[in-house]
Design a protein around this ligand. Structure first.
Ligand code: ZN
Length: 274
């Protein structure tokens, strides 16, 4: 499943290929995604419009267009957004395609159809229900211990669930939460009420470092997005605890443990994380 680093790598890889191009035609082969595609609205927003900027908010890719519209794509569980020459064959599950003036098409392939494509007035993005409840981005500006400490005030519950709460900070999914906590030396089950300000600082810095590292590792797959071959470009980051139950901690050598929290696997080192 694409996480924030994958979406950020996708954004960076597509950006130089898309800016200044123009969407000539919008083709929706199957509107039955997680949310039904409003085809008429999407066409009205995008047809004939220049691509002005590519942004990311949480795991949404935001394609700002001339005329004050933004097309938003979420890849769901299995979606892939690739750029292909116009003459390339239609892929299986290619549900939405933006035909570009440059003779290419930006296509969404999504076998499981958990993706989302919609258009919003750029000026109204912040109030859109997809975005209104989201917490701050972790990277720009960099997440601080202060933000976490303030969000934790008066709350209970284990720190891992807190860190994965998109209302606290977006983009720290299950894998990155485990990795950030290990890096910060904090036990995933520790209640948020028992975390010091210094530990919050350490955790914030750890989350930033882990996400940055994932993005830079994903950067090596940049060409996969742009070559039109339809390869996914999702990448395996080097993980220190996640999915390493029983294997030695890379820091202290003790076996990594797995516990289940809120139905999700958590991996941690009993030596390094208190
Ligand atoms: Zn350890």
């Amino acid at each position: 499943m694409p996480e924030l680093p994958e979406v950020e790598v996708l954004r960076r890889s597509l950006e130089p290929h898309l800016l200044g191009d123009r969407i000539e035609r919008v083709e929706v082969r199957n509107p039955s995604l997680r949310e039904p595609v409003d085809v008429a609205r999407l066409r009205r927003a995008a047809r004939g419009k220049e691509i002005v900027t590519l942004r990311r908010r949480s795991k949404y890719l935001l394609i700002d267009l001339g005329g004050g519209w933004t097309v938003i794509v979420h890849l769901g569980m299995s979606g892939r957004l690739t750029l292909a020459p116009e003459e390339a064959e239609v892929e299986p599950h290619e549900h939405v395609a933006f035909h570009l003036r440059s003779g290419r098409r930006l296509r969404l392939r999504d076998p499981r159809r958990f993706g989302v494509v919609f258009a919003v007035r750029t000026a109204e993005l912040a109030d859109d229900p997809h975005f209104a409840a989201l917490g701050p981005e972790p990277l720009e500006p960099e997440l601080s211990g202060e933000v976490l400490a303030n969000a934790a005030a008066g709350r209970r519950g284990p720190v891992k669930a807190f860190l994965m709460d998109a209302g606290v900070v977006v983009g720290v999914g299950n894998i990155y939460a485990s990795e950030s906590l290990h890096r910060a030396g904090i036990h995933p089950g520790r209640p948020v009420s028992r975390i010091s300000r210094r530990s919050w600082d350490r955790l914030a810095a750890s989350a930033v470092a882990v996400l940055r590292q994932a993005i830079s590792q994903g950067g090596t797959t940049l060409n996969d997005f742009a070559d039109g071959e339809g390869r996914s470009g999702y990448f395996q980051v080097s993980l220190t605890v996640y999915d390493r139950e029983g294997e030695p901690c890379l820091t202290c050598g003790r076996p990594v443990r797995r516990i289940v929290q809120a139905g999700r696997s958590t991996y941690y080192c009993p030596g390094c994380q208190r």
